[in-house]
Design a protein around this ligand. Sequence first.
Ligand code: NDP
Length: 368
Amino acid sequence: MASSPITMMKMKLNNCSPPSTAAAAARFLPLLGPHQIRFRSSVAPLYNPSFPRTIITRPTFSSSSIITAAMANEASVKVIDGKKVAKDVRDEINAEITRMKDSIGVVPGLAVILVGDRKDSATYVRNKKKACETAGIKSYEVCLPENSTEEEVLKYISDFNDDPMVHGILVQLPLPSHMDEEKILHAVCIEKDVDGFHPLNIGQLAMRGREPLFIPCTPKGCIELLHRYNVEIKGKKAVVIGRSNIVGMPAALLLQREDATVSIVHSRTTNPEEITREADIIIAAVGKPNMVRGSWIKPGAVIIDVGINPVEDATNPRGYRLVGDVCYEEAIKVASAITPVPGGVGPMTIAMLLSNTLLSAKRINNFK
Ligand code: NDP
């Protein structure tokens, strides 16, 4: 979350070759046999809004609303509405913050440090600040010029570490190239590492029987979406495409903690398509527009598309549009549920940052 690495560099439009209807039918026909299971007919609304699981606990599933590894057609595919879930999460956080403020007079505080003048980073920081305000979290913002020294940044971190009003500290990435990112991130005390990137947090995430203080925001948001849509994870085959420290790797660890059998696909994987096609759950976090094609997807799979890729689009007033790592037009013909881009994982990332900040404030103040 510290890095919200949407490179605004425009890429050549990969239009995912939306197949003509006939070609698409030909491509998917072998996958859409009549023997395959459809959604259960009694499915209650798949999305369970009254399931507050922001501070994630293990879900209890109602068998009637679990997404099974069922086949879907375009008409039955569920679009996983990240915007809506994120709003629900933010409302729940807001209610908790009010309860805490009324009970012990504490308001959670989040400090954000921005170095340099990257427009995209400034936008992310602005969005985080706005989200904090809406949720009732006090935000503290430090904007430093590009030519600041490492020592200056470390001094701010040290001050925020000591400030009892601040419960979370976030250093917006990327930092200018003259700074040692690792050193700076390590300076954030682990109790306020709401990004969850500290090696101790990641180590605890990886170890059985250990609990990390914080779970990185984007992977946490992915799992929260699966929970809120009652997607069964336990015993399922999951594939995570991408193994970055901030998304792919922690997402794989989280799925494993939820008892999925997890494969990780990366740039050196020789048969990504084959491995992906075995998965009931796919989390794609690559940064390559439309890389995952319809033919990679097992019928009925649930897809969480983390990728945010700008592609040229002359029809769009901005000259580009955002697409995911998964070819949406093809995927909706095969998957049982999918997150759109934009409007899927993106809004969840900020919601989870707020969730981590609240969690931190509660823990520091021993508020249940
Ligand atoms: P990174 O560039 O850090 O990691 C990309 C990963 O994808 C690497 O592990 C890399 O493998 C793997 N990869 C690259 N090419 C291929 C390939 N051809 N086949 C299989 N794997 C490949 O990206 P991030 O994890 O930071 O971000 C991934 C995407 O998610 C981006 O589009 C980013 O914008 C988006 N994002 C969205 C967020 C949100 O809030 N929605 C938040 C964070 C990111 P290897 O390790 O071998 O190099």
